[in-house]
Design a protein around this ligand. Structure first.
Ligand code: GLN
Length: 216
């Protein structure tokens, strides 16, 4: 019998270009993950998953686009790297942005509308029903948030607010329009980390011991 390997503590990268990355790093470590701030493409080879935080998608797009970091993230996603995007992170991951802007990273088969709640409700808190994480609603903090206005067939809707999709998953891509890192509720971070544990086990079982993403 081959010895069983103890489950490794997943190591999660947080894209640390701009925005709420420090809060995500804290939430991830409270939820039991190791954390690495990712500022360069070569760090992507050292993580089991990646968080794309909220902030300003245009700034993230400009800075990350010029440095080539976003293209490297997209290649890593295509190679199977699990990602979790929040707010501007959701916008970055969307295949389509209302108004026809080109995708910044893409990969998630949705069309999002930026700043969807308008000026009157620029920032607010509301309970989001998310049956997959438990019966209690999630305390959603929305800050100039987008919503998902259309979702493709492969997209699983995880959370809705007022008839709008505000949390979704497609394969290894998880995204919320709100900011779970600004609450004490770690359920969504835990769902992401638990997913990495099972993804990690299947990678460890790969006979060739391949890494799923190469540093560039
Ligand atoms: N309105 C921002 C954007 O369009 C997102 C806001 C946020 O991430 N809190 O990028």
């Amino acid at each position: 019998m081959s010895p069983r390997r103890a489950p490794r503590r997943p190591r999660v990268g947080v894209l640390a270009v701009q925005g709420a990355f420090a809060e995500h790093a804290q939430a991830l470590s409270r939820a039991g993950a190791g954390v690495l701030e990712v500022r360069r493409a070569d760090a992507l080879g050292d993580v089991d998953g990646l968080v794309i935080p909220g902030g300003e998608s245009t700034t993230l797009g400009l800075v990350g686009g010029e440095s080539g970091l976003l293209a490297a993230v997209r290649s890593a996603i295509d190679a199977g790297l699990p990602v979790f995007g929040t707010c501007a992170g959701l916008i970055m991951l969307a295949d389509e942005v209302h108004g026809g802007a080109p995708p910044l990273i893409g990969g998630l088969g949705v069309r999002v509308r930026r700043n969807a709640y308008g000026r009157q409700r620029a920032s607010f808190e509301a309970p989001v029903s998310m049956p997959s994480i438990g019966p209690d609603p999630f305390p959603g903090i929305f800050i100039r948030a987008p919503w998902v206005e259309a979702a493709g067939p492969g997209v699983e809707v995880l959370g809705e607010l007022g008839g709008r999709i505000v949390a979704a998953r497609q394969g290894a891509i998880l995204a919320t329009a709100f900011h779970p890192e600004l609450t004490a509720d770690l359920r969504i971070h835990r769902v992401f980390i638990d997913g990495l544990r099972s993804a990690g086990r299947s990678r460890e079982a790969d006979a060739e011991g391949r890494t799923y993403v190469r540093s560039q």
